[in-house]
Write a protein that binds this ligand. Structure first.
Ligand code: MG
Ligand code: MG
Length: 248
């Protein structure tokens, strides 16, 4: 069921989203060679708690971390641990926070020190595809319009669109209806209505679109081990457009 949020609910979701955006901002200076993913995870949790919220992904479906941290060929759901960031890596932090029962969700890929031109290109155009997807959002547009815009952008740069993982509605659960795929046809799928809150989150690969799961049953990696990037915002649908709730 797709829910329409009341103005009061949207106010709470703005706070949740702001905490998520601020957590990204807080962590950014720590994203340097030498830090472990567990250290980043713990900094994130501490910060989210200090803002009166809780990390949405901690224990979600049994996830062992507080945020998801995915490096290079890891697409999503990387488990924080002893892995040390190295110069030239790209790292995605997928952060969710729950404030007074409402969630915000935003992923962002960061460069660790100096990265290759290929990785730079991948990051730049994955971010671009997020904003291409967002640009079509307004009351009356359809979910398929978003996926179409994302995948057309990816196609321009010959990037692989991950199809197994999709964006989603956000509210009192971090994952609600509807699914928001990163592919689709114009004028198909559920119609967007004012007050719907959705997370748009393209995951684009430098090589093949194929992905598979590691034996930890969490981490999703690319089929050819080439890097993947992931950019996500939670937004509220409005009459003539949208507002990003997870601004950084
Ligand atoms: Mg996310
Ligand atoms: Mg999400």
């Amino acid at each position: 069921m797709i829910t329409i949020k009341t103005p009061r609910e949207i106010e709470l979701m703005k706070v949740a989203g702001e905490i998520v955006g601020d957590t990204h901002h807080y962590l950014e200076p720590y994203i340097k060679p030498g830090i472990t993913t567990k250290e980043l995870n713990d900094l994130a949790e501490e910060y989210i708690l200090s803002r009166g919220a809780t990390p949405s992904f901690k224990g979600l479906y049994g996830f062992p971390g507080s945020i998801c941290i995915s490096l290079n060929e890891e697409v999503v759901h990387g488990i924080p641990g002893d892995r040390v960031l190295e110069e030239g890596d790209i790292v995605t932090l997928d952060i969710g926070a729950c404030y007074k029962g409402y969630h915000g969700d935003s992923a962002w890929t960061y460069a660790v020190g100096k990265i290759s031109k290929e990785k730079e290109m991948l990051m730049k155009h994955t971010e671009e595809s997020l904003f291409a997807g967002l640009s079509v959002i307004k009351e009356g547009a359809r979910i398929g319009d978003i996926g179409y815009a994302v995948s057309e952008c990816a196609k321009k740069y010959n990037l692989g669109v991950v199809k197994e993982l999709v964006g989603h509605g956000v509210g009192t659960s971090v994952h609600e209806d509807p699914d928001v795929p990163n592919y689709g046809s114009k004028n198909t799928g559920p119609v967007l209505k004012e007050g719907m809150v959705i997370a748009v989150e393209p995951m684009l690969n430098l090589g093949t679109a194929d992905v598979y799961m590691l034996e930890d049953d969490w981490t999703i990696i690319t089929g050819d081990l080439k890097p993947s990037a992931h950019f996500e915002h939670t937004v509220v649908v409005e009459k003539n457009g949208y507002t990003i709730l997870t601004k950084r």
